[in-house]
Design a protein around this ligand. Structure first.
Ligand code: ADP
Length: 531
């Protein structure tokens, strides 16, 4: 066979030549602006030429500080295709973390949306390696206190076309830092090869079944684990894009969905929960949605049920990590599923996808049986699983060539697995483990609960006991007693929390997950009103 390298250059070329008439729409609040794939590809060429003119060469890092937009997609395609490395910066990082990742990756250029200029301006003086700032949009950029380039001016100054180089498929194409729940964020570098294979896998019928007829709405930010690979996967099948820009709250999202009629979307559970709550007292038309992929944290059964019952929308849970590109598993029920059990399958974390191997290991490192019972740490390996962190070997995260996920759970004989907890969130009560995930998902099944997060708190007798932090539905008269009764028939008696706190909202991480370390700190500081 011919030994052709797997390159993002060829991802770009395929969308351009085969699906030139497909479209990329970027939502602007009331309506969308739209370009065809052919136009996006032509602009991508000009971006590559412009970055070259600015001195960006093979291997140089180009940061993006952007919402999900057409221009961000142009950077996704053009920066790697020209041989540079796309570094997606999380706009919600704390300033000191942002400074750390830009300096650690040694970004040479940063492309920033004009609406995000104030956020970047807070740290700009501490960024040591940035030589050029490219602003998308014509908004005021004076806060940066530097000369900037305007994206459109740069593109307009170039000739059409770009001669993309031959590259080693193993060279870095893109990088993303984990959101760093402890210590500094860690960088993961994706190669051309890993990105190409991941994109192919994602489109397959066994995974997301993406096709030209789809209209794809990636709500998951393009700075969170490469927007789960959706940009490349949708581009290679010629699906239309609907980019939400900065309109990520439930109300504008509802409007966008109604106007643009996406068939496929992906986002973390908190987004879907917010939208569901919005739908309680607003008109919400979700009838266009055929595939809704939800992952990043465990998807509560009650959420899947509510979408099916109220809107006829099927939620498909997926599992992944920044370290795994990110797709590792997807919970599509097996073909012989009894309809009465469909929800059970969908509530599982996922079924491992071709290209990723998964195993469960005991504390001593030995592999546990795939029997759907034995619980241990999940380990994965495969061509789109990272082999190390960028400039930070961290050997403890690896074991015999496998990545230690830090997730605890079981796997069954058909490759379905269930995460019962993150190792750092597991509650150890009297020598036994309580799954914080199962507990909070059960509590969220109560009709008067909007959100709930469970953390372990120190206990003299049991070592740790669960503290349930609950957000009540507005106007509901829900008391601890009723919640305890609700749990009585649903979980083991010793799992039922002794401590409860009613809170206004569960704090969220920079990628929209429940931020349990904030809750633990609030409890330790005596800031929670515990009953
Ligand atoms: P962060 O570590 O900052 O949350 P990632 O997005 O890379 O950044 O998080 C990966 C982790 O998210 C996984 O290790 C796992 O704990 C969690 N996760 C992802 N998908 C699921 C899922 N479907 N169910 C439970 N946990 C999930």
């Amino acid at each position: 066979m011919q030994d052709r390298p797997l390159l993002i250059r060829d991802i770009l070329a395929h969308g351009r030549h085969v699906y030139g008439a497909s479209t990329v729409a970027t939502w602007e609040g009331e309506k969308a602006r739209t370009a065809t794939f052919a136009e996006v590809a032509a602009r991508t060429d000009r971006l590559a030429a412009a970055l070259t003119r600015l001195g960006v060469g093979i291997g140089d890092r180009v940061g993006t500080f952007s919402w999900n937009t057409q221009e961000h997609l142009e950077a996704y395609l053009g920066v790697p295709a020209m041989g540079a490395v796309l570094h997606t910066l999380n706009i919600r990082l704390f300033p000191e973390q942002l400074v750390y990742v830009v300096n650690h990756a040694a970004d040479k250029v940063v492309i920033v949306d004009d609406t995000l200029v104030p956020l970047l301006a807070r740290v700009i003086d501490e960024l040591e390696t940035i030589e050029h700032i490219v602003v998308v949009g014509m908004g005021d950029a004076s806060a940066l206190g530097r000369e900037v380039h305007r994206y459109e001016d740069l593109l307009a100054a170039e000739e059409p076309g770009f001669d993309y180089p031959d590259l080693d498929e193993r060279s870095a194409a893109a990088m993303c830092y984990t959101s760093g729940t402890t210590g500094n964020p860690k960088g993961v570098a994706y190669s051309h090869r890993s990105t190409y294979l991941h994109a192919l896998a994602e489109t397959s019928g066994a995974v997301m079944s993406l096709r030209e007829a789809d209209k794809v709405l990636p709500i998951v930010p393009m700075f969170h684990a490469m927007a789960w690979g959706i940009p490349y996967a949708a581009w290679i099948v010629g699906a239309d894009f609907i980019m939400p820009g900065r309109f990520l709250q439930a109300e504008p999202l509802a409007k966008l969905i109604d106007a643009e009629k996406p068939t496929m979307s992906g986002a973390v559970p908190t987004i879907w929960n917010d939208l569901l709550n919005f739908g309680e007292d607003h008109e919400l038309d979700l009838s266009s949605l055929e595939t809704v992929v939800v992952g990043g944290s465990a998807v509560p059964r009650s959420l899947i049920e509510a979408y099916k019952d109220r809107y006829g929308v099927t939620i498909t849970q997926a599992w992944g990590m920044t370290e795994t590109s990110p797709l590792g598993a997807i919970a599509i029920p097996p073909s012989d599923t009894d309809p009465a059990e469909e929800l059970d399958w969908r509530t599982r974390t996922g079924r491992v996808v071709m290209g990723v191997e998964m195993r469960v290991v005991a504390d001593d490192g030995s592999e546990l049986p795939r029997d759907g019972e034995a619980v241990g740490e999940i380990e994965v390996r495969g061509p789109w699983v990272t082999a190390s962190y960028f400039g930070d070997p961290d050997p403890e995260k690896f074991h015999d060539g496998w990545l230690r996920t830090g997730d605890v759970g079981w796997v069954d004989a058909r490759g379905f697995f269930q995460i019962t907890d993150r190792a750092k969130d597991v509650i150890k009560s009297g020598g036994e483990w309580i799954s914080s995930v199962e507990l909070e998902n059960t509590i969220m099944g109560h009709p008067d609960v909007v959100e709930a997060a469970v953390v372990g708190i120190p206990d003299d007798k049991w070592q740790e006991r669960p503290l349930a932090c609950v957000v009540r539905r507005e106007g509901a008269h829900l008391e601890v007693e009723a919640l305890r009764d609700f749990l009585e028939s649903r979980v083991a008696k010793w799992w039922i929390p002794d401590s409860w706190a009613f809170i206004d909202a569960v704090p969220r991480t920079s990628v929209g997950k429940f931020d349990k370390k904030v809750l633990r700190a609030q409890h330790a500081a005596g800031e929670l009103d515990v009953e």
